[in-house]
Design a protein around this ligand. Sequence first.
Ligand SMILES: [Zn+2]
Length: 494
Amino acid sequence: MKKVVALIMLAVVLVMLCSCLREYSSPVSGFPAEAIKVNQYSINCYYDEVEKLLKGYQHLTYYNNSETIFEDIYMHLYPNAFENEDTAPFEPFERGSAYPDGFNTGFLNIDSVQVGGQPGDWEYKSGDRQVLRIRLPQPLYPGESVEVDIYFTVKFPHCHGRLGYGNKTVKAANWYPIAAVFDSNGWNLDPYHAIGDPFYSDVADYRVSLVLPKNYTVATTGEVLKKRRYDGKNSEWTIRADNVRDFTWVASEEFLVSSKKSDGITIKSYYFDKETGKKTLEFATDAISVFNRCFGKYPYKTYSVVAADFFVGGMEYPNLVLISKELYNIERLFTLEYITVHETAHQWWYGIVGSNQYTEAWLDEGLTEYSTILYFEKKYGPDTAKGLFENLIKKRYEDYVAAAGEEPDVNIQGTLLEYQDSEQYHTLVYCGGALIFQNLRDIMGDEDFFKALQLYYRNYAFQNATAEDFIRIVENIGDTGLRDRIREWLVLGV
Ligand SMILES: [Zn+2]
């Protein structure tokens, strides 16, 4: 009898376990399994290197994870920001670097949409075509899903921004229709913007088939499952990425690649200059090791640092970061290290713990910038870190405040639209944000400060967190007065 009961119990446990695993598409050990179903993207695409055109077909299983009944769903079409000179996401002084041979258009055309296998009712929501609205044939209730098929064409601009091609690389970043986030503020449909990283998305699973000229090597989010001959001219890369909030790839005919396995993660450096490319692999490996220890383990199998025709310095995407190929110069090794580490820290703050980079940029940028200093502290010692913090962060912030006059604008929590230029944005959001984290560490002490960061990481992994979520953790671990202090710093300055 006892045996039968034990067997029944075992069967019940197994059934419960299985249903748990089904609900959470890719459980990652060490993180609480949330009972949400993430969106599933399956994208097949073909890149024509002569015309710089990508033909794509995307099948999306979209889940309504909200409490609201949807009549429509919305998707960002970010490449359309590159269609006209007046919406191209660059500040006036950046145009020359972004378009070395003058403005060149880029866009995403929707060729057709089907919903549930039937022709879909869709429109570009705004004049600049940056948002796609799909009217659903019937309401989508909480917990339900809908199948959406989209055929689309992307024209890559000749551009050294996030999307486009240059002499060495083709960069596909923010390149396909991606579901907008629905949160307590409703649909977030903010367009591309010249200042900051104007993106906000939910984690999803991706299966991507990418057909590229056979002489190309591709660096991507996720893992390459296979590469095979497609036809005489092209190869097909099959890629899988689970629980990532975007999917990015960069291809080149000239990539040199170095890789290393560390803490179970395959870390790769894609570069054109051997000496600095190999150094970059070291920086990335050390950064992952420091952040694994300080915050919690990086949960993916791959991480790639990719040299690209990208004038801005660095840019984070899940499992992959872009670094300007101009920084791969032995004379600029410190900058290369600093930027590589900053973008690597974004894997934790942006990639795994997401947040609204449009309305609360300080939360990921401030913490990422502070994490960069932590890397220097752990690797080179507290004196080096202190010197960098004083010179690159504190002094820059204080100089700005002093130069701004009697009533300086010190709002660290502004939306991207509120900053005059990227200089002001960087000083307030990166430096001011990092100062907040240093102040918190000074007040809370190391033990509580790192406990708070680890809890923030663990509780919000694969979700989107808000400043309020972070503050709640800090005040639960530390002094309750910290809430007012943080709010004060955000508005009145640090
Ligand atoms: Zn950043």
